[in-house]
Design a protein around this ligand. Sequence first.
Ligand SMILES: O=C(O)CCC(=O)C(=O)O
Length: 179
Amino acid sequence: MPFEPPCFAPEFFFDAGVLSIVRGAMDDRVVADQWGCDVPLRGSEYQEVHVDYQRPLFAEVPDLLLPTYMLAVSFGLVRITPAHGSIEIAPCTHRMPRKPGKIEMQPVPLEIGDVLIRHPWTLHRGTPNTAGAPRPLVTIRYVRRWYADNSREVNPLPRVVWQSLTPEQQSVMRFPIGD
Ligand SMILES: O=C(O)CCC(=O)C(=O)O
């Protein structure tokens, strides 16, 4: 996602309530290192049920239970009703050994101002948008400061935007700084 309006607003990254939950689940030194926006249009179909960024720290023990070291924070740029194609998640599946079986998916409609905070390994999918309008869902990934997987290309943060942030805000942003 580009770091320019109308896509970017600093409030997306530094909400005190969201940061307090994310820091509480990880630690005070979390950083945002990726973000994106899914915009299903009218007529879109079910996404495959999937997880994000599943690269276990220790590949030889993929089901090793570890404290959380990344979280995905999602919010709509419009009100997201089931007709707009809400995201669906299967709660608690981030700690489930991968076995075939029936998984209950739960839709998560989002009012303006609602935030969905999930472990990226929780099974989820987008659902069909049958409404007239596109449905933008922004997702920011926060990780513990020592974690990096370079799993996605990210846009640089323009220097002018970087300079407009407070030192505390800068300490939360781990993106390349552009010109
Ligand atoms: O937009 C959606 O409903 C799904 C988003 C998604 O799959 C993701 O953020 O990984």
